[in-house]
Design a protein around this ligand. Sequence first.
Ligand code: SUG
Length: 451
Amino acid sequence: MVFMRYRDINFDGLVGPTHNYAGLSLGNVASVSHKGNQSNPRAAALQGLIKAKALADLGIPQAIFPPQERPSIASLRNWGIQGKTDAAVLANAASYHPTLLAAAYSASAMWTANACTMTPSNDSEDGRAHFTPANLCSKLHRSIEAEFTTRTLKAVFADEERFKVHEPLAGGDAMADEGAANHTRFSTSKGDKGLHLFVYGRSALDPSLPQPHVFPARQTLESFQSIARRHGIPPNQTVFLQQSPDAIDAGVFHNDVISVGHQNLFLYHEAAFLNSDQAIHDLEKAYKQLTGEALRLIRISHEQISLSDTVSSYLFNSQLLDTKDGDMMLVVPSECREKPSVSALLDGFIDDHQNPVTEILTFDLRESMRNGGGPACLRNRITLNSNESRHLKGRVLLDETLFNDLQVWIQKHYRESLAPEDLADPKLLQESRSALDELSQIMHLPGLYEF
Ligand code: SUG
């Protein structure tokens, strides 16, 4: 048998032209606290793109998912907002309820960690790479992403011999699924079978599990069990752990706000899981049984970093990536360097020669961070072998020319400020459509948008 090398391609979400702060995500402290602030869509898109390009320049495979059509007039019409023209629909939505209008305008698809959960072909029964677009049904503004995400995945991973793009899970609240933000795949090397850690906030079928009291738990156990079944992942390659309800109540609305893993390394806060010691023990055991090796753990205690600093710095929403020398680097948001305790901890990683993290890269992602989206939220790791990566459709891989084209495109089409009252402006609809129309040509994805 030929050894196939698998690599993660980070698919970052290109921030759309309507990026704004509408306070739509209860349980996400940053989103709620920045409600009504003025956003800068141009800066947001450039900040994300610059991060992606910097990583591409370091030899890390990097691709882009396009933004979704916003405002979503189809959603507003679906919710019974009428009008002879699209502009009239917007005006009616604005007078009906500003939050409904904001939901139709949200650029939240930028956080592609929530786009889907994927399983590489060497972990699936049928030898294809599997994708389940997240239904995101916990939040109104995010639930409207699933349809277009499915369309995008089907366009990019169109080769059915190699890829299987499923439909989002049906079943509403019981099957609430937030995608890869709650999923981590561990493996010893780039060709081995992986261990899939699925983290859920609640169970739809077992109400006896402890629940958060302040904020909602988004992901269900049953949604991840369904995904593992439909993707054909053997049971010995799966571990299901419950998020700590206390962490959710402190603002940890996704598990990627409190842990990050890559290959054989897991960086996590001791408050991440319910019955933390037992949970980690189960994870270590499953990894050892699958690979014969020990999982490397970096456990951060409350004394080192409080839960509140975890949430405000987004330390764990970092990207763990391979360095050229076979070590690991951590890509963190600049907020981590503004918190002395977090910054000192990061410096300690570098000084500690036992610690595999040998480099820290810091990026300004403030526009996204103010809505609760750090470096890890902005990317979805798609693990493919070299044969599969040659069969992607569209111009999605980020190289120098695509980067330049996208930069010019952003400069041409994006506003530098957007306030809540601007969402009622029908000119924004036209601007957004002409931007996306041009983008579908730049990215060689004709017919992606329906307008
Ligand atoms: O779902 N924020 C997103 C942030 C998603 C972060 N993703 C990961 N952790 N992987 C959310 O809460 C805010 C939109 C607003 O309020 O305008 C928002 O949707």
